[in-house]
Design a protein around this ligand. Structure first.
Ligand code: ADP
Ligand code: ASP
Ligand code: MG
Length: 408
């Protein structure tokens, strides 16, 4: 008998029928004698609906009140799933994040989990209950409701599994595992039997939304056995996230391709090429709490240089107005913004021991006439910024060039 934490995403609990299906799946695990803690997301589309509703009142909704509001989505699904379980004779109890005491810091809309009190859950499990917990939400030390950032139910699932020392954390979603790239963009994407934590971390941070990055960090830190599976299929092993040493002896060079449409580029043109200029440009951006991702500075000509960087689209207007404000002080010729960019990345631990991945990536894009605007690399990934309109083409040709396609 094992203790399993199962997390079901929005599509998996998107209708009463689907909630009944989830209840039936849980019943099967109970029949096998497993103890089950379930984490659920809001019904698909609900979190977006709530955010849009808030924006009708306040263009930039107050973060504390927004969390009070968006956390209601998950409160609905925990109750519905518990009812569905009771309907088929399974003892179940629902809890909000505050009730199980998922204690977080007070960073509304992007709170971090500090601790989880597993006492109540243990008592319920001992008395034969399935425990159903609202994902994505917590409570701070002052009793304020907080949320963990979009996709945060994954993190609740993994954090509960870590706190309870569960045997496995299963993330049920609308695909049957982690693929070489998003199967919605490349139908020939191949399902991975396993992927290393390191690669999954890169893929999540570079835009693969199948797992929230914080959940992968948590699983790595607390050694949680993590698996991604489909809630729509009866059987299937899904994808296991492994520590490298457990993985295959011979790693493929590239494991996957990630992409991200959420960034925008800002270019400061014709600034004096002198020490301190990067700091003068990025200092005020950092002071406004805006995270910068990729950065490029051209070789100066005639004493002047161009400096470009990317930020999340949510921060674009703010960053642009900060730089326009200091343009005279920077002695810059121009400050320009571009929101129609995309980032494409190839990821693989095998890159460590193989050369030529970058050149193959650049050649493949060049053959399609796709211009590379920015490049960044780490030991196990290469990312490029391109025009957004070439994103899908870039993903497909790279997927083919690195022979990631399924053989069937
Ligand atoms: P949930 O609501 O269950 O949390 P998400 O929409 O957050 O589901 O995540 C699942 C989606 O992630 C898939 O439908 C798929 O389109 C997308 N996705 C992106 N990259 C990948 C990938 N490499 N492998 C599998 N799915 C991916
Ligand atoms: N409901 C939240 C969201 O849509 C959390 C989650 O689904 O993981 O982002
Ligand atoms: Mg998700």
């Amino acid at each position: 008998m094992s203790l399993i934490v199962q997390k079901y995403g929005g599509t998996s609990v998107g209708s009463p029928e689907r909630i009944r299906n989830v209840a039936r799946r849980i019943a099967k695990f109970r029949e096998k004698g497993h103890d089950i803690v379930v984490v659920v997301s809001a019904m698909s589309g609900e979190t977006n609906r709530l955010i849009a509703l808030a924006r009708e009142i306040q263009q930039q909704p107050d973060p504390r009140e927004l969390d009070v509001m968006v956390s209601t989505g998950e409160q609905v699904t925990i109750a519905l799933l518990s009812m569905a379980l009771k309907e088929i004779g399974i003892k179940a109890k629902s809890y909000t994040g505050a009730q199980v005491r998922v204690l977080t810091d007070s960073a509304f809309t992007k709170a971090r989990i500090v601790s989880i009190d597993e006492g109540k859950m243990r008592a319920d499990l001992d008395s034969g209950h399935v425990v159903v917990v609202a994902g994505f939400q917590g409570v701070d030390n002052d009793g304020n409701i907080t949320t963990l950032g979009r996709g945060g139910s994954d993190t609740t699932g993994v954090a509960l599994a870590a706190a309870l020392k569960a045997d496995e954390c299963q993330i049920y979603t609308d695909v049957d595992g982690v693929y070489t790239t998003d199967p919605r963009i490349e139908p020939r994407a191949r399902k991975l039997k396993s992927v290393t934590f390191e690669e999954m971390l890169e893929m999540a941070s570079l835009g693969s939304k199948v797992l929230q990055i914080r959940s992968v960090e948590f699983a790595g830190k607390y050694k949680v056995k993590l698996r991604v599976l489909s809630s729509f299929e009866e059987e299937g092993e899904g994808t296991l996230i492994t520590f490298e040493e457990e993985g295959q002896m011979e790693q493929p060079i590239i494991s996957g391709i990630a992409f991200n449409r959420d960034e925008a580029k800002i270019t400061v043109r014709g600034v004096p090429d002198k020490p301190g200029i990067a700091y003068q440009i990025l200092g005020p951006v950092a002071d406004a709490n805006i995270e910068v991702d990729m950065i490029i500075q051209n070789i100066g000509e005639g004493g002047a240089t161009d400096f470009s960087f990317t930020v999340h689209k949510n921060d674009f207007e703010k960053a642009l107005s900060i730089l326009k404000g200091i343009q005279p002080h920077l002695e810059a010729k121009d400050v320009m913004g571009d929101q129609s960019i995309a980032k494409v990345s190839v990821v693989g631990v095998g890159m460590r021991s193989h050369v030529g991945v970058a050149s193959q990536m650049f050649r493949t894009l060049a053959e399609e006439g796709i211009n590379i605007q920015m490049i960044s690399t780490s030991e196990i990934k290469i990312s490029v910024v391109i025009d957004e309109k070439y994103l899908e083409l870039a993903v497909r040709v790279l997927h083919k060039a690195f022979q990631l396609e399924s053989q069937v």
